[in-house]
Design a protein around this ligand. Structure first.
Ligand code: NCD
Length: 326
């Protein structure tokens, strides 16, 4: 692999160079074209086929992933770790940064430069917006963002896109309702950014103080995608093809009284689902803390467990792609 240190990672003889993922950082979904998306979705399909048929492959044998998490995670960290294992590679897990040299005051660039001595790719979750871009500037190995504060969560956006296509057969023509903490929910920011590349329309359902940021609304307007805002989930229940529910992000509130005031704003119940379209997908990036009642889980339209399974296939595809083996 031939790399420069100035942020543009130049690739030597890349086995998959026609797709340009080799050696690339994944820090925002803004970097993708429709062509990139169809490539990743189809490699994810292949990965699902491999796992379902034989469980694993040795495509990334001898490769090492550093999984560096400065914020809590269950699904993202374990699915990246499982993805690497199922591709035959191995993982350096750093989940409790309080037990690493970060607690001695080590800076993010130094931690990244350390890990890239040992690993071929680094997955990073960090509380600051833009942290993965900073890390990518210092690293010569690919950085994959696993969420940067209230910014983006690009791999979750990709797995959400994959799930929408898997559940409903296509993405064009859909009415997508996003519900909950649209202000702080980084998964919402990435998914809305991805879906604007398709012929979609949106309804954003949230209390006033948790509305989608202006920046995202501007991007949708520029892409010519129609959207509406409401504070009432009843307005979308009968017409949405996708209802994407999110948790109110308690950890982003400076004043916990504000959180208390909005935390129980929405609950998806079986009664509400009885009024939803027969063919639709109810999604959630998880964890849930009351937004979807447990007795909705048996509804065939409840896609959130399939959604998290898909996360592993999409992350397998991304790891193979950035390491030039897809
Ligand atoms: C999300 C996240 O971390 O942004 N979780 C996840 O990765 N599936 C959503 C959340 O924490 O609410």
């Amino acid at each position: 692999m031939v790399m420069t240190r100035n942020g543009t990672k130049i690739v030597g003889l890349a086995p998959d160079r026609q797709h340009g993922f080799y050696g690339r950082d994944i820090v925002s979904v803004r970097q993708f074209t429709r062509e990139d998306l169809s490539y990743i979705l189809s490699v994810s399909d292949e990965m699902r086929g491999i796992v379902r048929r034989v469980g694993a492959t040795d495509l990334l044998k001898g490769h090492v992933l550093a999984n560096l998490f400065y914020e809590p995670s269950t699904r993202t960290s374990s699915s990246f770790s499982a993805a690497m294992s199922r591709l035959g590679g191995s993982v350096i897990p750093i989940h409790g940064v309080q037990y690493s040299s970060v607690s001695k005051g080590e800076s993010l660039p130094d931690t990244i430069r350390t890990l890239e001595c040992y690993a071929d790719v680094i997955v990073l979750r960090h509380p600051e917006v833009g942290a993965s871009e900073v890390a990518a500037r210092y690293a010569s190995k690919p950085i994959i963002s696993a969420g940067d504060g209230v910014g983006e969560h690009p791999t979750q956006g990709l797995l959400d896109l994959y799930t929408i296509r898997a559940e409903l057969g296509a993405v064009d023509g859909l009415h997508v309702a996003m519900v909950g903490d649209l202000k702080n929910g980084r998964t919402v920011h990435s998914l809305a950014r991805l879906l604007r590349m398709y012929d979609t329309r949106f309804t954003f359902v949230s209390p006033e103080i948790l509305r989608l940021p202006e920046e995202n609304k501007l991007e949708l307007a520029e892409a010519g995608r129609p959207f509406a805002e409401t504070d009432n989930v009843e307005d979308v229940i009968g017409t949405a093809d996708v209802i994407y529910v999110t948790r109110v992000q308690k950890e982003r509130f400076a004043d916990l009284r504000e959180y208390e005031a909005v935390k129980d704003y929405y609950t998806i119940t079986p009664a509400l689902m009885s009024r939803a379209k027969e063919r639709m997908a109810l999604m959630h990036p998880l964890p849930r803390v009351g937004e979807i009642q447990y007795d909705v889980d048996d509804d065939p339209r409840a896609a959130y467990f399939r959604q998290m399974e898909n996360g592993m296939y999409v992350r397998m595809a991304l790891l193979a792609a950035v390491l030039g083996k897809a």
